[in-house]
Design a protein around this ligand. Structure first.
Ligand code: FES
Ligand code: FES
Length: 479
């Protein structure tokens, strides 16, 4: 049952905003796909949204640059790019660190900073450091552009000041002074893959024993990602003492308004906000000049997918009325073409049109990693990749991993030798994720190996042997 009657893949911002000027109210903007594809599979795209506009072919939206002394991050920059980018790592390491704790590696390769903002989830983790950095968002329409401070962008859960005619194109902020300290705490029920229960961020410049330029930010603690102005007022110009810390913690607890849901009660969240701020203000930490971007990273992270239970599906348009897209891309080393529904995920295309059954359909929401493929060499959840965005790209599935002579790939051999396979359902995803991981980390530590498969679930619980296999594929003993 197709919902979208039109698919747009503009190649410039001008082209995109021209479409939004005409059809903004009926258009869903597609950046990384990690949210839109989940909503689509849950039937949660609002009625009346009949057009899909992909930003994937606008290269300027994926750029990171310094402009007039400010760091400018394109709205389609992925979390993985934030982690790896030298400008971000040098000038805003807190943003890179928080991005590195966002969901799984496969999701980080897809999820974008603009998507995290535009979704306006109170749990959007990337928003917390942007509040600390006083970031400004650039909204462009056919009539011009405007800049909105991130603290003024959100109006409610899932709502922002952005109109349907506008496109979020960039996030920018002044490069912080080197002595400015940023820190961040978060709690999640399932490290790395669940929406955060609470996040608290703190930034300040130590000056003669006092705190200056204080910023406090909360996530999952109010209907919107929130700047902690009451706590800031207590801390600005103050010396860190037990009395000041308690006053700031009380102010923080008093200015948040968390909800109770399956992930945590309101009282628990309020207490966590106060406790996290106490930790971040620990005098030994605050006065020793901890390096910029240091964090007390607790359990990682929020997945950029809806945190609320799926609503009842709205009525869908009649079958056969949906937009289709003609594609050409490279699949397991061969040029292929296909015509596909604009709303099909890539896993469905690969299984149903190309009979690549090693692409396993699991959760369909970016949680299990069973559908992992390599997209331009990077492991991604193919259930979150709109098939229409594969145009011109290179996809490798487990079927394409073997050597030209038919022999197994070294990672496959390592899995066989370690006995890292039970039912085998998770194995293609584990192997492909490992291939991508070892390309980036040829000599990983045990800790890096353990984190490498945080986005891959093995229901047979064969993790010990899987980790042994990855270690063996990396060519070394434990480190
Ligand atoms: S992550 Fe795609 S099916 Fe589970
Ligand atoms: S081997 Fe069965 S799910 Fe992993």
């Amino acid at each position: 049952m197709e919902r979208f009657t039109h698919y747009h893949a503009p190649e410039s911002v001008g082209e995109a905003v021209a479409i939004l000027a005409e059809h903004g109210a009926a258009t869903v903007v597609l950046a990384g796909g990690t949210d839109v594809m989940v909503r689509l599979s849950r039937g949660a795209i609002p009625a009346g949204k009949t057009r899909l506009l992909s930003l994937g072919r606008i290269p300027g939206l994926r750029a990171i640059r310094i402009e007039a002394g400010r760091l400018v991050v394109g709205a389609a920059v992925t979390a993985a790019a934030l982690v790896a980018d030298p400008l971000v790592r040098e000038h805003a390491p807190i943003l890179a660190k928080v991005a590195d704790r966002l969901a799984s590696p496969q999701v980080r390769a897809l999820a974008t900073i603009g998507g995290n903002l535009a979704n306006a989830s109170p749990a959007g983790d990337l928003i917390n450091p942007l509040l600390l950095l006083d970031a400004v968002l650039t909204l462009v329409s056919r009539d011009g552009s405007r800049d909105v401070p991130v603290a003024e962008f959100f109006t409610g859960p899932g709502r922002t000041v952005m109109t349907p005619r506008e496109l979020l194109t960039a996030v920018s902020f002044d490069r912080p002074a080197p002595e400015k300290i940023f820190c961040f705490e978060k709690a999640g029920t399932r490290p790395s893959m669940e929406c955060s229960v609470v996040t608290v961020g703190l930034a300040f410049t130590p000056s003669g024993g006092r705190l200056e330029g204080v910023r406090v930010a909360y996530g999952s603690s109010a209907p919107i990602p929130l700047r902690g102005r009451a706590a800031e007022a207590v801390l600005e110009g103050a010396e860190v003492s037990a009395r000041v810390v308690e006053a700031a913690a009380a102010a923080a607890a008093g200015e948040v308004s968390p909800i109770s849901d399956i992930r945590g009660g309101a009282d628990y969240r309020r207490a966590l906000v106060a406790e996290f701020l106490r930790r971040l203000l620990d005098p030994s930490f605050a006065t020793r000049g901890a390096p910029r971007g240091s964090d007390h990273a607790g359990p990682p992270a929020a997945a950029p997918v809806p945190c609320s239970p799926p609503p009842a599906p709205p009525p869908a348009p009649a079958p056969g009325s949906g937009a289709t897209v003609a594609l050409r891309f490279t699949l397991n080393g061969e040029a292929v073409s296909a015509t596909v529904s604009a709303e099909w995920p890539a896993d469905r295309l690969l299984r149903e049109r190309f009979s690549l059954l090693g692409v396993k359909p699991g959760c369909g929401e970016g949680e299990c990693g069973a559908c992992t493929v390599l997209l331009d060499g990077q492991a991604v959840n193919s259930c979150l990749v709109p098939a229409a965005t594969l145009e011109g790209r290179e996809v490798t599935t487990i079927e394409g991993l073997a050597r030209p002579d038919g022999g197994l790939h070294p990672v496959q051999e390592a899995f066989v030798a370690a006995g890292a396979v039970q039912c085998g359902f998770c194995t293609p995803g584990m192997v492909l994720r490992t291939v991508s991981f070892l390309a980036e980390h040829p000599r990983p530590t045990d800790a890096e190996i353990a984190r490498s498969v945080e986005g891959n679930l093995c229901r047979c619980t064969g993790y010990v042997k899987i980790l042994e296999a990855i270690r063996a594929a990396a060519g070394g003993p434990s480190r």
